[in-house]
Design a protein around this ligand. Sequence first.
Ligand SMILES: NC(=O)c1ccc[n+]([C@@H]2O[C@H](COP(=O)([O-])OP(=O)(O)OC[C@H]3O[C@@H](n4cnc5c(N)ncnc54)[C@H](O)[C@@H]3O)[C@@H](O)[C@H]2O)c1
Length: 251
Amino acid sequence: MKLKGKTVVITGAASGMGRAQARLFSKEGANVIAADIDKDSLDKVVKEITSNGGQALAVQADISNRDSVKDLVKKGVEEYSSIDILCNTAGILDDYSPSLDTSEDLWDRIFNVNLKGMFLLTNEVLPHMIKKEKGVIINISSIAGFVAGGGGAAYTSAKHAVVGYTKQLSFDYGKQGIRVNAIAPGAIKTGMTEEILKDEDAPVMETIKSVPAGRYGQPEEIANLALFLASEESDFIHGAIVPIDGGWLVK
Ligand SMILES: NC(=O)c1ccc[n+]([C@@H]2O[C@H](COP(=O)([O-])OP(=O)(O)OC[C@H]3O[C@@H](n4cnc5c(N)ncnc54)[C@H](O)[C@@H]3O)[C@@H](O)[C@H]2O)c1
């Protein structure tokens, strides 16, 4: 059990990568504070974890809303008294909209969830970690944090910003015992992509087949990497943006 007795906050825990992280981290002995805006799906995930003997608390939260984020951390700390690991996983896609097709409202929504939400929650959790002089933060960026085409104008910009935010957090808080890294997934089959990946003729399928792995990934593969980054085994990894993309970024 790599995370025995540790407490982890996971956003986006009702689906896809966040759900896979919640399942795996609880199996590894962590207390899971599972957060998502989708209460029904979140409750199902937490019920599954607790009925398998794991420790988990469901907190419905909108990470783009400051009061909701405060409430999430308050409830988590009340239940488990501290927070050791934060997985900033929740995110939304922009339907690959180019700039001219991106309304101001879409731009704001993408940035509010994918970037500002991460910032709000990190700032709420960091003081608890700094007090203990120990903590791990794992942000989910994307291949869209490196190259164009993995999203639209807003999504690609926000995921690039997650890369910068991750590095700056590591730079500013590393010496206080906080280890911050990001994961940059390629195409992964989750709630976000299942409609697109259902269609064998979708243009993205051609790209997926052309990457070295020749396939898309599964959320459990992202959870395995997150577990490594959360554990002591990765103690010397700071401020890294780790691609897990079947080789999408090789060219
Ligand atoms: N699926 C992919 O191919 C892929 C690739 C690269 C990066 N990503 C990133 O991975 C992360 C996880 O996405 P996923 O693929 O598991 O998608 P998903 O849609 O399966 O899960 C995302 C979860 O985030 C939740 N969420 C959305 N807005 C929220 C909010 N305001 N507050 C709280 N929760 C909210 C949703 O309800 C959902 O449960 C995202 O940051 C996404 O951008 C996904």
